[in-house]
Design a protein around this ligand. Structure first.
Ligand SMILES: Nc1ncnc2c1ncn2[C@@H]1O[C@H](COP(=O)(O)OP(=O)(O)OP(=O)(O)O)[C@@H](O)[C@H]1O
Ligand SMILES: [Mg+2]
Length: 505
């Protein structure tokens, strides 16, 4: 039949079928095809795999390929057809001998349930079909982005952040590596196929850093916390205090203060009153915390961190992990309280390197875990969403990953991380896991209740500049190293020639 790319053979059910491919150049793994079903009409299927066979004995196949020595077989899983807004899988099996066609983009969009508006993430497989997700569902029901290092997590997160800014969603970005401030500049390397234009988000982005940051002079704002009622656990983490006597004295001082709100200065005053020689270690540690300047009498109004159409980036470069953890814990706790009272806009918190803030039990401990777990499980009731990003899925709290309704997975190869994805992502099949291991950079598998099945997306180009990893060597130094290498090779060649001449005259 005209336009057909293959023919169904052998046993076929209404869920899957195999088909002989006429021209291997026309059908690829990951393509969407359509087949006529006598009862249900055109039905769409996904080409999950293609197998090459030689010396085929099967008579049915031989007849289809006219005796060709090499045969390509497509394995297709049926998606179904859209009827009255719902996806229906046909009730009767496909008939062997039926022709297989490539599905048109409109039909693919319809069957997968892709909408015409929303957060534009990229293009579906090898097609020109735009994959868009509903911003409300994305924000309120949480997103996670998981992949091995260097496979495009931050780039993809940046794409979603750009889209959410355009939908006026308030964002707070926890940025331990300073990867997001580059969004203030347009991207000069936009790939034309995605239909987007370079854009700067300078007007919508504010960078906040704690006073201890080495980048304080470049920031738009210095983040000061109130430091009221710091717990013993928080203070022990911040001070790194291991001495049991000093810890016991800290608990003693806090017990005295517990009936009213207290600041770090109040704790210091209380410790000074203690008559025990062990207090000096504790006092030294507490003074260091106070000297950091992170806690002050005029703290930042946390409401300013989440504003309509704006993103606040908390740049945590160069900040000790214990301070990073405490900042995340305090800011998120305050935001959640304010959100519950509707004193701050509904919005989303983006957390890079999430394994440091919400570690899986047994791997690490963090004071921010508690609040982030609470937001993951209750945030949707109050309109506070999470975007969790990590290169070690196995080390992120599994409860939090499974609370994320939308899961964006780029290339993952580590077996422990693969297992974490298998257990944390609902409906993932063995074939999908194989696909995840082989995803090229910038390609993501998106699992979302909005989509009828997980899809592979070529993540679109960024409109704003992506924060590249910092190069360790300066370009000049690199050039000099290259020249040196060249000279060394030349000398080696010369030496080898000399040796040959000596050996063979
Ligand atoms: N969709 C894409 N289009 C074009 N380039 C991309 C895309 N995704 C990733 N890249 C490129 O790949 C590189 C690595 O991406 P990215 O920095 O997002 O990785 P990552 O997963 O966040 O890594 P890390 O774990 O080190 O933070 C980037 O420098 C970027 O240029
Ligand atoms: Mg990154």
């Amino acid at each position: 039949m005209k336009g057909a790319v293959g023919k169904i053979y052998g046993e076929a059910s209404s869920f899957e079928f195999n088909f002989v491919i006429f021209d291997q150049k026309k059908v690829k793994r990951g393509d969407y095809v359509k087949v006529w079903n006598d009862v249900d009409g055109w039905v769409v299927a996904y080409v999950e795999d293609i197998i090459a066979k030689s010396n085929v004995r099967n008579k049915e196949i031989k007849e289809i390929v006219n005796g060709a020595s090499e045969v390509f077989i497509g394995k297709a899983v049926v998606l179904g057809k859209r009827e009255d807004g719902r996806l229906k899988v046909p009730r009767s099996p496909f008939v062997p001998g039926e022709s297989v066609f490539l599905a048109e983009e409109k039909l693919i969009s319809e069957v997968l349930g892709l909408s015409n508006e929303g957060v534009y993430i990229g293009l579906l497989g090898d097609t020109g079909v735009k994959v868009r997700l509903d911003p409300n569902s994305l924000v309120q029901k949480h997103v996670c982005i998981l992949a091995k290092t260097g496979s495009g997590k931050s780039y993809t997160a940046g794409v979603i952040i750009e889209e959410l800014l355009e939908h006026s969603v308030p964002l707070l970005i926890i940025d331990p590596h300073g990867e997001y401030h580059s969004m203030k500049h347009p991207n000069e390397k936009v790939n034309g196929e995605f239909g987007i234009k370079p854009k700067s988000y300078a007007d919508q982005i504010r960078i906040a850093v704690p006073p201890i940051s080495p980048f304080a002079d470049k920031a738009d704002e210095i983040l000061i916390l109130d430091g009221v009622n710091l717990t013993a656990e928080e203070l022990i983490e911040l001070t790194g205090l291991k001495n049991p006597t000093a810890q016991a004295l800290l608990y003693q001082a806090l017990k005295e203060l517990k009936d009213e709100d207290y600041t770090i200065q109040d704790i210091i005053d209380e410790v000074e009153r203690i008559k025990h020689n062990g207090k000096w270690t504790l006092l030294g540690a507490l003074t260091k915390v106070e000297d950091s300047g992170l806690f002050g009498e005029k703290p930042t109004d946390i409401r300013r961190l989440l504003q309509r159409g704006k993103a606040t980036i908390i740049d945590l470069r160069g900040i000790e992990p214990a301070y990073q953890d405490l900042i995340v814990s305090r800011v998120c706790t305050k935001l959640f309280e304010l959100r519950k009272k509707e004193e701050v806009e509904p919005g989303m918190i983006v957390i890079e390197e999430a394994h440091n803030f919400i570690p899986e039990r047994g791997f690490d401990r963090a004071v921010s875990t508690g609040i982030l777990r609470t937001i993951a499980s209750e945030g949707r009731k109050f309109g506070l969403g999470l975007m969790v990003i990590s290169q070690r899925p196995a080390r992120v709290d599994k409860n939090v990953i499974s609370q994320c309704n939308t899961q964006i997975i780029l290339r993952v190869t580590n077996p422990n991380d693969i297992n974490a994805i298998r257990s944390g992502v609902e409906g993932i099949t063995a074939e999908m896991v194989e696909e995840i291991k082989r995803l090229p950079p910038g390609n993501a598998m998106i699992v979302s209740p909005e989509l009828e099945r997980p899809v592979i997306v070529r993540v679109r180009s960024r409109k704003s500049r992506h924060g590249e990893a910092v190069s360790v060597t300066a370009p000049r130094v690199k050039e000099r190293a290259k020249k040196k290498e060249k000279r060394k090779k030349k000398e080696e060649r010369k030496e080898r020639k000399g040796l040959l001449r000596r050996l063979f005259g």
